[in-house]
Design a protein around this ligand. Structure first.
Ligand SMILES: [Zn+2]
Length: 308
């Protein structure tokens, strides 16, 4: 199956200080691994455009965007929370990461490719309608979903979020919107300490216990996600693809491995094949143990392109 790979050089310029886990090397190790394992040869390569202001305004308040732009430093850092900082390249990276989501949405919706993986940062799923937080500025996946609904003739979209952290921003943006079903797993009790109570009937949140491993993941997907997705019959599926539930990643303790990302991607592919004409847009979210991140993304992408 034809799959696109979308990236942009600005992803390598936004950085939040020495030793910060959400670092430019995340994107470069993914790129290097996919290249050196001949996976990129099988993908259609694209460079992300910038998102337009109206595209971002579908999911973020204009006042928030204006404040973010006014906060951008010309040198050094501006901290929006203790863990989330802007440098002079952050805005460019954020506009291109959101633009990657828009481009991915358009080429997948048009049928040019069945799926797209966006290797861009900053990530997005913690960014709410009104606020940057948790390493996130614009909610890239939400920008893509809103674009699909507004411009691409799609009426029902599923968002699958398997990051180790709850995608509070995405849930905030789409709470109560019956055109969007969000299914997610995350480790209970981790940042941002939300998700136990769904914000609306269109959220299917499954908190998982630390050290619950592959059996709890399979149980969550087969008993909770899949019935909800079958009922909903999404016309397109978006993935908040975070890989920080990996065993090697210090951010969480779920203990997943590459085979789990392979399995979960197959489940998403099966739903997409049944209901969505195979259409999947996958956006990079978390994942901080660099070698494990690269291997896990490769496991995910190999399934998307039909090589595994
Ligand atoms: Zn995360």
């Amino acid at each position: 199956m034809l799959s696109a790979y979308i990236s942009h050089p600005s992803s390598l310029l936004h950085e939040m200080g020495p030793g910060h886990p959400e670092c430019p090397a995340r994107c470069s190790v993914i790129h290097d691994y996919l290249l050196s394992h001949s996976i990129l040869d099988l993908m259609v390569m694209h460079t992300a455009p910038i998102a337009t202001r109206p595209q971002v305004a579908r999911v973020h308040d204009a006042l928030y965007v204006a404040e973010l732009e006014a906060s951008a430093p010309t040198s050094g850092y501006h901290f929006v929370d203790p863990d989330t900082a802007m440098n002079c390249h952050t805005l460019s990276a954020a506009w291109h990461a959101a633009g990657a989501a828009v481009l991915a949405t358009e080429i997948v919706a048009r049928g040019e490719v069945a799926s797209a993986f966006c290797n861009v940062r900053p990530p997005g799923h913690h960014a709410t309608r009104h606020a940057a937080m948790g390493f996130c500025f614009f909610n890239n996946v939400a920008v893509g979903i809103a674009h699909a609904l507004a411009e691409c003739g799609v009426s029902r979209v599923a968002l699958v979020d398997f990051d180790v952290h709850h995608g509070n921003g995405s849930e905030n943006i789409f709470a109560g919107d019956d055109r969007v079903l969000m299914v997610s797993t995350f480790q209970r009790g981790l940042y941002p300490f939300s998700g136990e109570e769904a914000l609306g009937p269109n959220s299917c949140n499954v908190p998982l216990e630390a050290r619950s491993g592959r059996d709890a993941l399979r149980d969550a997907v087969t008993r909770h996600w899949l019935p909800a997705l079958e009922d909903f019959r999404p016309e397109m599926i978006f993935v908040s693809a975070g890989f920080d539930a990996h065993r090697d990643d210090d951010m969480g303790r779920l203990g997943w491995v590459e085979a789990d990302y392979t399995w979960i991607t197959r489940q998403i592919m099966d739903v997409a094949a049944r209901h969505a004409n195979g259409r999947i847009v996958s956006m990079l979210e978390g994942g901080y143990a660099l070698p494990a991140l690269a291997r896990s993304v490769a496991a995910h992408v190999r399934v998307l392109i039909g090589a595994d």
